[in-house]
Design a protein around this ligand. Structure first.
Ligand SMILES: [Zn+2]
Length: 153
């Protein structure tokens, strides 16, 4: 039995999860699968410009694990771009770093919180009728909020 992997913490879900090169017939198109935590590693290091240690801390993993995840992500992106492959962002082993809440009047907001603590009132209209909602989005249907394994998406 392989040791169960520690969940990587992810704070961002890419809005677009499939990239296809132009001008390649679908039949001969190869696909690279980038996991959600690999996308997060790229975001932290290459978009946010964080140091490796900081990025590792945000994802709740060791520096060496972060380095591995990042190297794998870059290798896949390079492979896709240079060899004309599609990129599919999905799956992996992660938990969301935020919870989403909605008030009775329909306002929604995300809270970066490690626990399932429902806020007392809506930050927009101050109503106290607030409920947690599952985080969903294109390519992520059915995902729950909070601690959630990503294998089934
Ligand atoms: Zn509200």
């Amino acid at each position: 039995m392989p040791r169960p992997q520690k969940c990587r913490r992810v704070a961002y879900l890419p809005p677009v999860t499939y990239f296809k090169p132009a001008g390649i017939p679908l039949g001969s198109l190869e696909e690279v699968v980038l996991t959600v935590e690999e996308a997060e590693a790229l975001r932290l290091k290459d978009i946010e410009g964080l140091e490796q240690g900081e990025s590792a801390e945000k994802m709740n993993i060791s520096r060496s694990t972060f380095q591995r995840v990042l190297a794998s992500a870059r290798q896949k992106i390079a492979d896709a771009i240079l060899n004309g492959k599609a990129v599919n962002i999905k799956g992996g082993n992660f938990e969301m770093a935020f919870h989403r809440f909605r008030c009775r009047r329909g306002h929604e907001w995300d809270l970066a919180t490690p626990v399932d603590a429902t806020p007392e009132s809506c930050p927009t209209c101050s109503t106290e009728d607030v409920q947690p909602v599952p985080v969903t989005g294109k390519g992520y249907a059915g995902r729950g909020w909070g601690k959630h394994r990503g294998q089934n998406i």
